[in-house]
Ligand binder design. Structure first.
Ligand SMILES: Nc1nc2c(ncn2[C@@H]2O[C@H](COP(=O)(O)OP(=O)(O)OP(=O)(O)O)[C@@H](O)[C@H]2O)c(=O)[nH]1
Ligand SMILES: [Mg+2]
Length: 193
């Protein structure tokens, strides 16, 4: 997939603030600090189009980007990080759930999970919500550059058994090395056909 133009469109908290366009959209969700914004930058080949940071809670709204004036990315706020206040955590989860049910052009939901972590009820709830709304989900296992090849395989097995899914739904990724980038971009292209 050749990326010619990238445009930040808008930040939204509620559905009435989402972009009015109908381009196929791909959302990036997951816990705070899992690497959503970093992976978007890597996929788009830009350093900081999506704002990243070492502290959790950087992305606090759903941020929309338009690629080639025909594809949309949604960078979602992270959930479930203990250092983000309880109210904010609930607000972010609510924001993501209402996004999933009110975005007809959402083609595929990427759920990012740190390769070293075990998914919990928040991740399970997002998957259930998406599947109940006929939205496909792919798991992107992040920060694979931080572990050995063996640990990547173990991490994928752990994620799959915890979520009760097949390994074909998990892509190992790294925003640092670009691992998984081509697979994800090819997948996006396939969904745009
Ligand atoms: N080693 C390594 N670090 C990463 C990777 N992806 C992200 N990081 C680091 O993890 C931290 C969080 O990255 P972000 O992309 O801001 O994470 P986020 O999921 O968007 O976080 P929120 O917006 O707070 O929900 C930053 O310090 C990144 O540099 C990766 O693939 N490898
Ligand atoms: Mg972010």
């Amino acid at each position: 997939m050749k990326i010619n133009t990238i445009r930040f469109v808008t930040s939204a908290r509620i559905p009435s603030q989402y972009p009015k366009y109908n381009f196929p959209e791909f959302a990036f969700t997951g816990r705070s600090n899992v690497g959503k914004s970093s992976l978007i930058n890597t996929l788009l080949g830009r350093k900081n189009i999506a704002k990243t940071g070492s502290k959790p809670g950087v992305t606090q709204t759903i941020n929309f980007f338009c690629i080639n004036e025909k594809i949309s990315f949604a960078d979602c706020p992270g959930f479930g990080y203990a250092k983000v206040s309880h109210n904010k955590r609930l607000e972010f989860i609510e924001m993501i759930h209402s996004y999933i049910i009110s975005r007809p052009n959402l083609k595929l939901l990427f759920l990012l999970i740190d390769i070293r972590r075990e998914p919990d009820e928040n991740e399970q709830a997002i998957i259930t919500k998406a599947l109940n709304n006929n939205i496909n989900v792919m798991i992107l296992a992040t920060k694979c550059d931080k572990v050995s090849k063996n640990e990547i395989n173990n991490g994928i097995s752990r994620i799959c058994s915890s979520l009760n899914i097949n390994t074909e739904y998990v892509v190992p990724t790294s925003a640092k090395t670009g691992l998984g980038k081509n697979i994800i971009l090819a997948m996006i292209q396939e969904y745009c056909k």
